[in-house]
Design a binder for this molecule. Sequence first.
Ligand SMILES: [Zn+2]
Ligand SMILES: [Zn+2]
Length: 153
Amino acid sequence: MLQNKAGNQLSLYQGYTFYCLHTNKSGTKKVWACTNKSQGCRARFHLLQDSYIIKCQSQHSHKAPKFVIRDVQIIRTHLGKEQVLYDGYTYYCNVTSANGWKKYWRCTRGGGSGCCAARLHLSQDYKVMKIINEHRHPPPRFIIRNGVYTKIG
Ligand SMILES: [Zn+2]
Ligand SMILES: [Zn+2]
């Protein structure tokens, strides 16, 4: 789960971080504002049911933050499957070594011909041992809420 130092939930969209500015009474509609709002950035988006962007103001007054998530984050899809998030991309485990000490993860866009060949090799305790970081697509857009990963857009 992506959190800032204050423990607030953040979302990552087009390389920028957003925080939840407003939720309607029934909780179905949320407004997410750029974390640079206090510095005058007016970028924001309106999200319906945590899944659909219905309105988007994507003009930022600044460049995308130069942060990179270097640690592997363990996430869960809405189907309850375990995936990991690394550097903005998501991976699923496709092979575990015979002794269980090493796991091989593929980009979630991988599999089949012409798909993404990026891979991650992780140790048992999710330390990165090897990266094949050759994605053929932009990172997915997503929101992590209560530890559950939801693709948006
Ligand atoms: Zn901004
Ligand atoms: Zn990929």
